[in-house]
Design a protein around this ligand. Structure first.
Ligand SMILES: *Cc1c(COP(=O)(O)O)cnc(C)c1O
Length: 249
């Protein structure tokens, strides 16, 4: 008995880590007056092998995310089709088509930081004949110089472009990464909440129907308490990232 239980635990440590994250996320949601189900936990598997992601899938998890196109297009086809994939972070326009072609079950792109990438995504959806794609506008809430994310002062403009000029995209919400080193402050989260209020007001979207993607391993509970509906958690589930060489993409 004890041996069997131990073996089972050893078989899927990521499943146990996931359960702990879901429990913490659920309690944070309740502290913010929402149901645990109101917050989605996207398991970010970058640099981790398909076998590890498969363990989480077998434990019942379905929301997964990746951050490097090259890695994503290799891994996604090896995993079941009912996974709801998110692309998170900076996406280059010349990789849009290969991403959408390789991942038909791509559910959302978290990280539309300019009109050009929105237009590329919109056209790729049409040319591949897939169903409309959910996207989140990425906002640079830290003020740090960065290639990804629009300035908060321009978030309404970009959201408007996605909603009105990109008929094949569904504007689902806003996301932020925080600082360049991937840490966040409460100010980053509050800046994103402010952008959400502005966008909802300008576009007539009910606030409860507009998502906020903020919070990662180190700060997802705080992000949820400030209103996040979608947290992107990698290393707390899968362990520290393993980079074979310095840079992928
Ligand atoms: C890697 C990554 C995450 C997950 O980061 P952890 O700190 O490991 O949880 C979240 N969001 C984006 C955009 C990422 O690239």
């Amino acid at each position: 008995m004890a041996a069997a239980a131990a073996a089972e635990g050893a078989a899927a440590p990521v499943a146990a880590a996931m359960r702990a994250v879901l429990a913490r996320a659920g309690r944070a949601a309740e502290r913010s007056g929402r149901a645990a189900e109101a917050v989605r936990v996207v398991a970010i598997g970058k640099t981790k092998p398909v076998s590890l992601l498969r363990q989480l899938y077998d434990a019942g998890h379905r929301s997964f995310g990746e951050n490097y196109v090259q890695e994503f297009v290799t891994k996604a086809p090896q995993l079941p089709e009912d996974i709801r994939w998110h692309f998170v972070g900076h996406l280059q326009s010349n990789k849009v088509k290969s991403l959408l072609a390789a991942v038909p079950n791509l559910d959302m792109v978290e990280g539309v930081g300019n009109e050009k990438i929105a237009n590329h995504l919109d056209r790729a959806v049409v040319s591949l004949g897939r169903e409309p794609l959910k996207v989140m506008v990425q906002v640079n809430t830290s003020g740090e110089e960065s290639k990804s994310g629009i300035d908060p002062s321009k978030c309404v403009e970009l959201a408007k472009h996605v909603k009105l000029a990109c008929p094949n995209l569904i504007l689902s919400g806003l996301m932020t990464i925080g600082m360049k080193d991937y840490s966040s402050t409460p100010e980053n989260f509050k800046a994103l909440v402010n952008c959400k209020l502005e966008v909802c007001k300008a576009l007539g979207i009910p606030t409860e129907q507009f998502e906020l993607s903020m919070g990662m391993s180190g700060d997802f509970e705080q992000a949820i308490e400030l209103g996040s509906t979608n947290v992107r958690v990698g290393s707390t589930i899968f362990g520290p990232r393993e980079y074979p060489n310095q840079k992928q993409n």
